[in-house]
Design a protein. Structure first.
Length: 448
């Protein structure tokens, strides 16, 4: 039983099958182009789509809308210091704003940036600075059926191999994403966080953590890493960051808000440069493109994310959806991560070649069959990457009930039963930056 009750509800309606088929065709077989009113259960992302608490709504009333030096910023800075241990904070409108502010200061053309796995906007910001993102995922991540606990880890051997190839001077920053969104939301162990920090120090690079799901990662460490069984999630969360020089944070995930983010760092010189870049792209450094009320809600959410029983219930609901799907023989990447269940589209549509985007076919099929909107994280989203064709079903926080999960599982089962009826897709219109094509490209069924 959940430890909360609903105080506000929003009606949702399942469009007819004919309406769904017309909508996905008009959207160019890209669910990003759908109107939200045409979606029944929206699992496109867990970013900014969750339900805020009564305390967060109350905090919004206290928002200080001063342009400079607002009380709300001081409350956020206190929360970041208490929960994460960083002295210097630059608020931004969301996580990609934090990436722009920090990587715009740290990176130059020709740099090479290793990460356990870059997600889409991180990869794009690095490319936009003229640098090269390189993924160093754990070898265990390549087996979707193994139950290894920390498949999101950074491959230290791959990191050193990269150093041998390009030279340490080419690597000013090492990034670690917790949890590893591109690898099915898999967690990173504390041992691997320490090892990655040591690798960064060894090559004289700054160690940056992409922290947007830090509380979920801390929960997995508590559950599965020896020596942390009796340590609180709050203590584990803070220990994760003791090893980092800086972080980027989307508050729309584990700060439990609908908008907001920040970059935080220990080096005062980096902080001063980041503030100037924030003025150019985000706003004055004490509001960063946000209203005071949004900042207040984010400060409260940071503290709630590491307070029992929130994160336990959050991760357990994702696991519940994974179990429902597995019981229906829908191929799921195991173990389930902290924020989403990932389906193996390559197995479901084994007759569709990779170049015809089996993951995007599955995304469209889930919508067509049951009005469920997920997102493809395979060849369409990451062109040319050596990765499986996965579809992410990201659960908004504190939003859907068990009945909604049952509908999702039944929809996926129905798609499985009719998988042979589906053909591949081809791109007919895409933006010039391929790293971001999945947000707006249009497709159509492969012509004979």
């Amino acid at each position: 039983m959940r430890s909360y009750k609903a105080k506000m509800v929003e009606p949702i309606e399942l469009p007819s099958r004919e309406e769904r088929e017309a909508a996905i065709e008009e959207a160019g077989y890209n669910v990003f182009n759908l109107d939200a009113r045409d979606v029944y259960i929206d699992l496109l992302t867990d970013s900014g789509t969750g339900t805020m608490s009564a305390d967060q709504w109350a905090a919004m009333i206290r928002g200080d809308e001063a342009y400079a030096g607002s009380r709300s910023f001081n409350n956020l800075a206190d929360a970041v210091r208490d929960v994460m241990g960083f002295e210097y904070v630059v608020p931004t409108h969301q996580g990609r704003g934090a990436e722009n502010v920090l990587y715009g200061v740290l990176l130059e053309e020709g740099d090479v940036i290793p990460n356990n796995s870059h997600f889409d906007t991180t990869r794009a910001h690095i490319v936009n600075q003229g640098a090269e993102p390189v993924d160093c995922p754990s070898p265990a991540s390549r087996d979707p059926n193994s139950n290894e606990s920390f498949k999101g880890n950074f491959d230290i051997d791959a990191g050193y191999a990269l150093v041998e190839e390009v030279g340490a001077d080419s690597i000013p920053v090492v990034v670690l994403t917790i949890t590893n969104n591109s690898v099915a939301g898999q967690p990173v162990s504390m041992a691997n966080i320490r090892a990655t920090a040591e690798f960064a120090r060894d090559i004289d690079a700054m160690f940056v953590i992409d922290a947007c799901r830090f509380a979920e990662n801390a929960h997995f460490i508590k559950q599965h890493e020896a020596g942390y069984e009796d340590t609180s999630v709050a203590e584990i969360a803070r220990e994760q960051f003791e090893h980092a020089d800086a972080i980027t944070m989307s508050g729309k995930k584990d700060a439990l808000v609908n908008i907001g983010g920040f970059a935080a760092m220990r080096d005062e010189t980096v902080f001063e440069h980041a503030k100037q870049r924030a003025i150019l792209f985000e706003g004055f450094p004490t509001y960063g493109g946000l209203s005071g009320r949004d900042i207040e809600a984010m400060a409260v959410g940071l503290r709630e994310a590491v307070t029992p029983p929130y994160v336990h219930e959050r991760v357990e609901q994702v696991g519940e959806l994974g179990d429902m799907l597995s019981e229906r023989d829908v191929p799921v990447y195991l173990p389930t991560g902290g924020h989403a269940v990932y389906l193996d589209a390559g197995e479901i549509f084994s007759h569709i070649p990779k170049e015809h985007f089996p993951g995007q076919v599955l995304v469209c099929a889930l919508y067509r069959e049951g009005g469920v909107r997920g997102v493809e994280l395979g060849e369409f989203a990451f062109p040319g990457a050596d990765r499986p064709d996965l579809v992410r079903l990201a659960l908004p926080r504190r939003t859907y009930s068990r009945e909604h999960l049952e509908h999702i599982a039944e929809t996926a089962e129905a798609v499985m039963e009719s998988a042979h009826e589906y053909d591949g897709l081809e791109i007919v219109e895409e933006p010039p930056m391929k790293e971001l094509r999945h947000f707006s490209a249009k497709l159509e069924p492969v012509s004979e």
